[in-house]
Structures are given as C-alpha cells and as structure tokens.
Design a protein around this ligand. Sequence first.
Ligand SMILES: Cc1ncc(COP(=O)(O)O)c(C=O)c1O
Length: 411
Amino acid sequence: MTAVPSQKLLAIPGPIPLSPSVQQSLALAPLSHVSPEFVKIFQESLHMTREVVKADASSTAFILAGSGTFGWDQVGANLIEAGDRALVLRTGYFGDGFKECLETYGAQVDVIKSALGGAVPLNEIEKALKQAQTISSKKAYKMVTITHVDTSTGVLSDARAIAACVRRLSPNTLVVLDAVCSVASEDVQMDAWGLDVVLTASQKGLGAPPGLSILVASQRTISAFENGIKRGVKSGSFYSSWQKWLPIMRAYDQNKPAYFGTPAVNLVRAYHASLLEITKGSVSLSTRLSLHIASSDLIKRTGERLGMKQVATEPAGRAHGMTALYVPEIPGVPLTAADVLACVGKRNVVMAGGLVAEVKDKYIRIGHMGWSVVGNEGSDVRTVVRVLEESVLEAIALAKKRASAVVSARL
Ligand SMILES: Cc1ncc(COP(=O)(O)O)c(C=O)c1O
C-alpha cells in the first residue's frame, strides 16, 4: 500500500482532523448493514449519541446519511405543517439557512436578528413569544430555533436560558437547537435544559468525517410528529420522513436490523469509534470540554495580542470550538483575510475565511475542536498559535511593503 501523503493541518471549523482510531476504522471494508456486528455498532452509536447530548432513553436518536443541513430538513419535513409559525433566532449565516428550510415546508417564519457578533437579547425573545400568544393560542410558535454556535460568527447562544424562557412563556412551543457546531465542544444538556430537538453533524466536535446527520428528538417532539400523522398530515419529503425512519431507528436501538435506505456503514463505524473515545476514552467528556475552553482561550488571547478583535463581541457569548477574528486594522495598511490566509497556507495550515457577507473579507475563522484539541498532547493547538502569529506578522509586513510601493510609484 502506498503511504498516504501528509496533508496540511486542518484548522477550519469542520471538518476537523480525525483521531488515529477513527482514521483506521475508515480503512476497514464495509459491513453488511443488517449483520449482527453492524447492528450492534449502530445501536451503541445511538446510545452514545444520547449520552453526549445528555438525553435519556425516552428520546429518539436518528443517525442518517446526510450533512448537518439534513437535520434542518428533518425538522421542516416532519414538524412543520403549512402555516405553522416558527421563530428563528439568527446570530449569523446559518440562521438564514434554517429559516429558508422551514419556509420550504410552508412555515411562516419570524426572525429575530442579533447585532453582528452578538446574541439575540432575551427580552426580545420574550416580547416575540408574548406577542404571538396574545394574538391567539393557535398562533403560538410551533417552534423556536436556536443556533447554539453560529459557525459564521463564532457566537455562542445561551441555549439553557432561551429554552427556559420559551418553556415559561410558550409551553407548547418546541425548542430546536442547531448544535452542528457545538456538540462535544460545548456543554449541551438536552433533558436538563428542556430542549426538544438537538441536531448536529459528524464532522465537527463529534470527530468523524462529514456525511452523517445526527439528531435527537424528545418524546414531546415525537408525540407532536405522531399527532400530526394521526390527523392525516404527511411528511413533506420522502427521504426525510420520520414515518420511514422512526421504525428503523427504533429497531437498531433494540439491536435489531431494519431497512429503509442503506446506512452509511463506514461512516457510522468511524462515528462509533469517535463516540467510544468521547464517552469511554481516557479523557472524560467534562475534561474534553475543559480542554476546548483552554485551547479557545489561548487562541483568542493570541489573536487579541496581535491586534485582532473577535467577531463575537460578548465574552460569555463566544464559542469554545472555534474563533472568528478580524484581521488587524492598521491605518494606511490595507490588509485582508485573504492576505493572512495565504501566509497561513504557506505554513501548511488551513484556516477559513469569513462567511458574513458585510465583513466577509475582514475576518478569518479558526477551528479548534475534537482531536485537534484532545489529541497529540495539544500540539495542533500550539501549531495553530505559532502559525497565526507568524502569518499575521508576515501579512502585515507584506501589506506595508505594498502600501509603500504604491506611495513611491506615485511620487
Ligand atoms: C451551525 C451550523 N448549522 C448547520 C450547518 C450545515 O451543516 P452541513 O454543512 O454539514 O450541511 C453548519 C455547517 O457548518 C453549521 O455550522
């Protein structure tokens, strides 16, 4: 076998580098999706998924082939009936996607948009919920969606406080958490916080390659779905339909084979390997979260020392698995995100550019999740810090040179 060529260190907010055991599991030949060996792997994966989001066995976990976006689609297709109202709390680019998805299934969506880099203020959420209730109980929101960490801004929302507010003011409203960029890098307590749906994906804190949509639905959510079915509501999609997938997930959950569409057996095996590390490895889940906080602090401090402001403005509202940093603003020195990223690339590291349209060229995003934080005794994080420092200083020097060349050409 030829050796796999060495790659640049991936320091984007997902996909992330894989642990050796996850990587090795990917090299194995496919298993039959109905073999006892695979059924056991799937069962354990469903159970460990619930463990990571702190949900008990009354909830239902879904592991389906698809990316994080497919979680939005499952919510839209199975929980939205045409005309239902939804409230989307938007803290960046990904709130827009969720809104569009829910509208595709006929939802009337209200959006509360935070200021760039901020979270949605709780009093605005309260106001919207009260207003919806006063119109008529039929007009209450079917769901409120929260992006736990918006990967475009690095803003961390206080899911616990928002869920408590929704439960208090609009008890029948489902609380849906887009936790694509937070599961296993932030604390997520599905049951204790009263979340109804936690949807995520394999390629970020969960430490597997992209390709799996992972969703946990509370009993309340499944009841809401099943009540719809009893009233004759049909899922708006064939592949997303929980009418198709629920019996399959329930069977696997009980260690029994079942079929609707072939599961992504190799990805599930890789995900299982990662879940074993997260839930039963030498680093406990709580230590894992502390390591994310420590790495995040180090990277954020480094950026600030280099004159880079954080996109996420509030200290308590900053993600721990990623960092979004504006490039330094130096009068007379035109510096863009692309300038910094080019210097980063020269050092065999990949960081990401901006995603929020109005400031897209002014900031970079750095991922520090999963194996990059927990593995290799932190050496990836140290590399990221060194490369960030060197690259920003080099990019500034190059931009200064360019600026002075322009001045001399004019003279
Ligand atoms: C917060 C959030 N939600 C949803 C998505 C969509 O996930 P995917 O790109 O896996 O479809 C992403 C992707 O990065 C994300 O960060």
